[in-house]
Design a protein around this ligand. Structure first.
Ligand code: PXG
Length: 461
């Protein structure tokens, strides 16, 4: 299809024509042949503008990443200044650059107190590949090379490279890429799903303890001498904003300590203020051994991620290690690092984490719960600047829709048609807005969301 140069086409049509050559991530290419993509052309604050001039309220912060919102001058200027000064140099061969150096020291300040070293990557997926290399390296150096197995959770998302997708717990991804050995998955602490599955009352905290116990059971089954680590998002994001029962994390922490296995807290989504704390690990007092980060580190303006390493792990790598044979061309990329520094400094000067915790998140969560009153919504849950609405067939009896009916997708499409970006994970409608969102925008959100729930209900009646 060569429509790119055709006369009489709108800009939208021209871009859509050219985009016919674009092989999109996580998309059925056949669907795009039937209906070309929406083209997002610009953005400001919490609003996106598409090529037809529609203004969409972005309640997903891009893909869970544009935490400080669009159009932030300080980030733009930092990129521009650094690209002129030094667009690229690497961190290999005993070399560094001022932005990579400054970002590592800034991260040592804002991350939990027992972490003072950052390994840089370009994405969360690369961060989790690095995690796996580090976990295995650590146990080798500790003289326990047989400790190889990493326990993860069903429906976890840790990225799309082979290691990261194997660590993740998404069946559809495993089915297409296989899984590398030595990674096993236990149940996620999804109280709502279990409640619907059982069709009876289910004590939330007891369920949380049982979900944690499944990790201990797995360690016993495999033998503790084989188990290296447990990896989890403090709150599962792409898996459907699964907020664990309060009983879950304290129990998991006890289990990891008891068996002496490493705890990896994947902070790619939870990190940088989304939960109302700097990190989900602060919220749940996790004290992880390794902490992958990305997304909100640069508010998504440029691709950068990393792994924060706890001091006691770093001591082993320094004192017993030698060379760690791992790294990427763009590890510590100076322009990406400069933007991340500007982003973190902006977060600090705007007191954004405190503002989220004290003001924005309580307001968002209060209004979000109002959506729980809608007849289609079985549960409205959330923490900080995270939320999920479970769409159900029968809210009194916790009966879900047939998954094939695609009710979440129907609702998502109504949202887009009504200038609202809300993501569907199955029949859960997800939000993860920019942290800088104001109360007035939250009010706009609630109004649009309620309308789209009504439209969905009518459409499926
Ligand atoms: N860990 C977590 C917890 C994530 O959410 C990654 C790692 C991988 O990061 P990169 O930068 O490699 O994408 C993620 C990414 C979705 C969606 O549809 C979620 C992510 C990425 C793409 C889509 O919810 N999360």
């Amino acid at each position: 299809m060569n429509t790119a140069n055709a006369a009489n086409l709108s800009n939208t049509e021209k871009w859509q024509g050219m985009d016919g050559h674009h092989f999109h991530p996580f998309t059925n290419p056949n669907d795009l042949m039937q209906k070309p993509p929406r083209i997002i052309e610009s953005a400001q604050g919490v609003y996106l503008t598409d090529s037809d001039g529609n203004e969409l309220l972005d309640m997903m912060a891009g893909l869970w990443c544009v935490n400080m919102g669009y159009g932030q001058k300080k980030l733009i200027e930092a990129a521009s200044a650094q690209i002129s000064q030094l667009p690229y140099y690497n961190a290999f061969f005993k070399t560094s650059t001022p932005p990579a150096a400054e970002l590592s020291s800034l991260l040592a300040e804002v991350t939990p107190a027992h972490m003072h070293h950052a390994f840089f990557t370009s994405s969360g997926s690369e961060a989790n590949d690095t995690v796996l290399r580090l976990v295995w390296r650590y146990w080798d150096l500790m003289g326990k090379p047989e400790k190889r197995v990493v326990i993860s959770r069903k429906n976890a998302y840790h990225g799309s490279t082979i290691a990261a997708s194997s660590l993740g717990g998404m069946d559809e991804m495993h089915a297409q890429g296989g899984v590398i050995p030595d990674i096993v998955h236990v149940d996620q602490p999804n109280w709502f799903a279990k409640r619907c599955e059982l069709g009876t009352d289910l004590d939330r905290e007891e369920f949380g303890r049982q979900a944690a116990q499944s990790i201990a059971d797995k360690i016993e089954e495999l033998g503790v001498d084989k188990v290296a680590a447990f990896i989890a998002e403090p709150i599962q994001g792409a898996g459907g904003v699964i907020v664990p029962p309060d009983s879950y994390w304290p129990e998991v922490k006890k289990i990891c300590d008891h068996y002496g296995i490493l705890l990896v807290a994947d902070e790619v989504i939870c990190g940088f203020g989304r939960t109302g704390e700097w990190f989900g690990s602060n919220l749940y007092d996790l004290k992880p051994d390794l902490m992958p980060i990305a997304k909100g580190l640069s508010s998504g303006y440029l691709p950068i991620g990393g792994v924060m390493v706890a001091d006691h792990i770093m001591d082993v790598l320094i004192n017993k290690g030698g060379e760690f044979n791992h790294g990427y061309t763009y590890s510590g990329h100076p322009v990406c690092a400069a933007v991340a520094i500007a982003n973190l400094r902006l977060m600090i000067s705007e007191n954004i984490v405190e503002k989220v915790r004290e003001t924005t998140a309580p307001y968002l969560q209060k209004r979000f719960r109002e959506l729980g009153e809608h007849p289609l919504v079985g549960e409205a849950r959330g923490v900080g600047m995270f939320g999920a609405l479970e769409l159900v067939k029968d809210k009194d009896n916790y009966i879900k829709f047939d998954s094939k009916a695609g009710v979440g997708t129907i609702c998502r499409d109504f949202c887009l048609d009504n200038n609202l970006v809300m993501r569907a994970v199955g029949d859960a409608m997800i939000i993860s807005p920019p942290l800088i969102i104001e109360q007035a925008d939250i009010d706009v959100y609630i109004e649009r969301a309620w309308k789209c729930l009504d439209l969905t209900q009518k459409a499926i009646a």
